[in-house]
Design a protein around this ligand. Structure first.
Ligand SMILES: [Zn+2]
Length: 404
């Protein structure tokens, strides 16, 4: 339940108007009317998603980065819940269906983005489009290509997640203010070489140079890390690889860290007095875990945690920013095991052995994912009791952002 200051005032006013009859009702009814009258609780909403990052990925990364007893930044976020991730057609979700659950509150089949099993688009329900309609800024960050399934779930609608060239155009049509990640392939005409793609790696079949179209619409366009760090404008497109960016441990000099992309997005979006919605995806945890590559699964989880530190620093001391850290599904079936079952062994920051085994190669699992939250509206996650799903996360975020 969400209780804003204005909501409480509205609740008291309703009680005063209705008089003694309403006062006789159970307290729960008055609280419900206060909720119904409540305005938005959060000026800004920041959603951090570790793709394929469930509790074991987080805990192993803590051990590697800090040792057994010192939590990662994301582990210090106080309100906690757990969510199931199933899609419309399978108990194990892909990233597109999971992003549609979080992005528009809709259960879709694996591979679809905000298109229901009956074929209806839920674009107008997405958190990105709703935020734009409310006059807010919207930003999407991913270490995969920026038109990949996870960011796409918050501001686009296509029947097939592989339509990334279409998604890259929809972001412009939908007025998304900040886009940072990989995916140059989907911004340039097929047969045209880019800064990161060879001529045979570019994908667009409509002949458009989307970099030119974004620039004409007022975006600052950054194609490498130096350009990103120098960027200064109200709208920002940054594309740093042909398709997916590299694992953080294998990052090239032209690629910014996810923390640097987060800093740039926060600096740009926080100029908007109406607030913003920002989604930050650590997108490469998933392919590492699917490949049973513990070093990069943990490396990219730790890199994402550095971005969480920046987000928490931004939110600290403010009462207007809801921060949620979660995952879209588990990947790899990662397990911490005894020595005789270990497939990979790493040395923790405090010298202990981290022994890992994997249940899938490749693939996601249907394990529940953690949800951690802080800021206005975050107390609603304390009401999650074990049957909640990523769709319910959408409800909490939408209510915090728009009231209800
Ligand atoms: Zn995913």
């Amino acid at each position: 339940m969400i209780r804003t200051t204005s909501g409480r005032r509205a609740g008291r006013a309703a009680v005063a108007l209705a008089g003694a009859a309403l006062l006789a009702l159970p307290a729960g009814c008055a609280a419900a009317s206060a909720t119904a009258a409540g305005g938005p609780a959060a000026k800004n909403v920041i959603l951090v998603i570790g793709d394929g990052m469930s509790d074991t990925q987080i805990l192993a990364s803590r051990y590697l980065d800090r040792g057994r007893d010192e939590p990662l930044a994301m582990e210090t976020v106080p309100h906690r819940a757990r969510a199931a991730t199933f899609s419309a057609d399978d108990l194990v979700t892909d990233s597109a269906a999971a992003a549609s659950s979080m992005g528009s509150g809709t259960l879709v089949e694996n591979g679809s983005l905000n298109v229901t099993p009956e074929g209806a688009s839920t674009l107008d329900e997405t958190l990105g489009v709703l935020a734009k309609q409310a006059g807010k800024g919207v930003g999407l960050i991913s270490t995969r290509d920026i038109a990949n399934a996870t960011p796409a779930g918050f501001a686009s609608s296509v029947p097939d997640r592989d339509l990334q060239s279409e998604i890259a155009g929809q972001y412009l049509d939908n007025g998304i203010d900040v886009l940072l990640g990989g995916g140059e392939s989907f911004f340039l005409p097929a047969g045209t070489a880019g800064d990161h793609c060879a001529a045979d790696e570019t994908d667009r079949t409509d002949g458009r140079d989307l970099f030119a179209d974004y620039a004409a619409a007022g975006y600052t366009v950054a194609r490498d890390r130096d350009q990103l760090l120098a960027a200064d404008g109200d709208r920002l497109l940054g594309v740093f690889e042909c398709t997916d960016m590299n694992y953080d441990r294998e990052r090239t000099p032209v690629e910014p860290t996810i923390a640097e992309m987060t800093d740039a997005a926060l600096a740009t979006l926080s100029r908007d007095d109406d607030g913003f919605f920002l989604m930050v995806e650590g997108g490469m945890i998933d392919p590492a875990a699917e490949d049973n590559d513990g070093a990069n699964a943990m490396g990219d989880t730790i890199a994402l945690d550095r971005a969480v530190e920046r987000v928490l620093e931004f939110a600290q001391g403010r009462d207007d920013t809801l921060v949620v850290v979660t995952a879209d599904h588990e990947a790899g079936g990662m397990a911490l095991v005894f020595e005789e079952r270990a497939e990979e062994t790493f040395t923790a920051a405090d010298g202990r052995p981290i022994r890992i085994a994997w249940a899938t190669n490749p693939g996601h699992t249907g394990a529940p994912v953690p949800v951690r939250a802080t800021g206005p509206g975050s107390e609603r996650f304390d009401g999650f009791v074990g049957t909640e799903h990523l769709r319910d996360l959408y409800g909490v975020l939408r209510t915090a952002q728009h009231g209800g």
